[in-house]
Design a protein around this ligand. Structure first.
Ligand SMILES: [Zn+2]
Length: 143
């Protein structure tokens, strides 16, 4: 069955292209698939599949999502640095994010967010304190 991937910027259906169409000077990205919209918005796919990592977006939205991911990933990575298991750290961070945003957990994917939602992710993540002492505290006391 053919996938329907809709642009988050303009609502048109995107088409499947290779990285060569989007990054002509990055031969290392030519094996990747992308969904690209006529308006220029695009999104990458999970490697060797046509499954999009989110919805196609223009540069402003892609930049906002990237910043959102940087802020959000800092939260669960800080947990891992404290000795928490990766899967648990990530899933509890996503649960927290969905509560903060008021979005159902199944719809809480930064890759699907528009620009203003991605900006809200940055705001709620920055409002959450991160440990400011050197990692890992637990190992230090054991020495
Ligand atoms: Zn579009």
């Amino acid at each position: 069955m053919k996938r329907l991937v809709v642009c988050s910027d303009c609502g048109q259906a995107a088409s499947l292209v290779t990285g060569a169409a989007i990054y002509p000077h990055r031969r290392d990205l030519w094996i990747k698939n992308f969904w690209r919209c006529e308006c220029g918005a695009y999104v990458g796919c999970h490697l060797f599949t046509d499954k999009p990592l989110g919805s196609p977006a223009g540069k402003e939205t892609r930049d906002a999502r990237m910043l959102a991911h940087a802020e959000f990933d800092a939260i669960w990575k800080a947990d891992i640095a404290q000795g928490r298991e990766k899967g648990k750290a990530r899933s509890s961070a996503y649960r927290w994010l969905s509560e903060q945003l008021g979005t159902p957990p199944e719809d809480t994917h930064i890759g699907m967010f528009d620009r203003s939602m991605a900006q809200r992710v940055v705001e709620v993540c920055r409002a959450r304190p991160l440990p400011s002492r050197p990692f890992p505290e637990s190992r230090k006391t054991a020495l």
